[in-house]
Design a protein around this ligand. Structure first.
Ligand SMILES: C[S@@+](CC[C@H](N)C(=O)[O-])C[C@H]1O[C@@H](n2cnc3c(N)ncnc32)[C@H](O)[C@@H]1O
Ligand SMILES: [Zn+2]
Length: 286
């Protein structure tokens, strides 16, 4: 059985919250809402449209795949795995705005009885995530809207460098479930932010994180700091895989990177926060 077929245990229609069954190349709920399964193996569960519903471009996803493939953020994946140790060891893990599915795949590697689903609004990301791990299903969807996941069905939610909505995370978590959230601190990639005039990271991100994750309860947080030696190609990928790609083009970043030394020691500075579900969580209202 494919990871997507298996994920029908917990996937829910983003329009009505009812469960799906598969008919050929589509998923259909009992209210007859129907969603396509792309030939690349992911289900398209995005509802609505518009410019905010595209997410990362093919170029950004390729840059992210190359950068993460060089294992520069493997210590972040290890820290997530450690933080997730308090969550149920079997059942379901959902990664929000999961990009290429890198972090969910690493968590599944360390938890053989866990199955996963990544949700990302970008079809290019969803395509990459569909290949990331044999136990990882991939769907497109907007994590700022109702999540296409049944209430109380998930033991672990991951959110790494992406948008999230606390009330929806609280709704899908099972009793005893945990959410692990990774956010960058102001000094993250500071050497690149200064040289390339990149977007800055607000120092109030921690406060905003607590507010955004309400009604979940923060159970602990850890700061992870280390230095990576980035090649010029790594530097270009690290810039072009994130929101700066919407403000700069690759050729411009490449020509500025050409004047840098062969490798540049660069700061990685993130916070890993762990939340548990609040006892009084809401349920899907239809
Ligand atoms: C900075 S990337 C992080 C990806 C992944 N978590 C990682 O760290 O490798 C942000 C991701 O969020 C996705 N995204 C942006 N807005 C979204 C939304 N409203 N719903 C779902 N995904 C979204 C983008 O397509 C992109 O893949
Ligand atoms: Zn439906």
């Amino acid at each position: 059985m494919s990871a997507l077929d298996h994920s029908l245990q917990v996937l829910a229609c983003p329009l009505c919250g009812h469960s799906f069954s598969r008919t050929g190349g589509s998923l259909r709920c009992d209210q007859s809402h129907t969603f396509d399964i792309a030939r690349h193996g992911y289900a398209s569960l995005t509802v609505g449209g518009g410019p905010h519903h595209h997410g990362d471009t093919a170029e950004m996803v390729a840059a992210r795949g190359a950068y993460l493939g060089a294992a520069h953020y493997a210590p972040i994946a290890d820290a997530i795995t450690r933080a997730a140790a308090g969550s149920p060891a079997h059942g379901w893990c959902v990664e929000l705005a999961g990009g290429t599915g890198y972090y969910a795949a690493r968590v599944l590697d360390s938890a053989p009885r866990l199955d996963g689903i990544t949700i990302d609004v970008s079809k290019h990301a969803a395509r990459a995530a569909a290949r990331a791990h044999p136990r990882l299903a991939s769907v497109t969807g907007d994590v700022r809207a109702l999540l296409p996941i049944a209430s109380g069905s998930v033991g672990l939610v991951l959110s790494v460098f992406g948008p999230r909505r606390g009330d929806e995370v609280a709704r899908i978590l099972s009793p005893g479930g945990r959410a692990v959230v990774v956010t960058p601190r102001p000094s993250h990639l500071i050497e690149l932010r200064e040289r390339f005039a990149l977007l800055t990271i607000g120092a109030d991100k921690e406060v905003r994180l607590g507010e955004a994750m309400s009604p979940l309860v923060l159970t602990g947080s850890t700061e992870l700091d280390y230095t990576v030696n980035l090649t010029r190609e790594d530097i270009v990928n690290s810039i072009m895989m994130g929101p700066n790609a919407f403000h700069h083009d690759r050729a411009e970043i490449e020509s500025r990177a050409a004047s840098l030394p062969a490798t540049l020691p660069t700061t990685v500075a993130v916070t890993i926060s762990c939340f548990r579900s609040h006892p009084e969580t809401t349920s899907y209202s239809d």
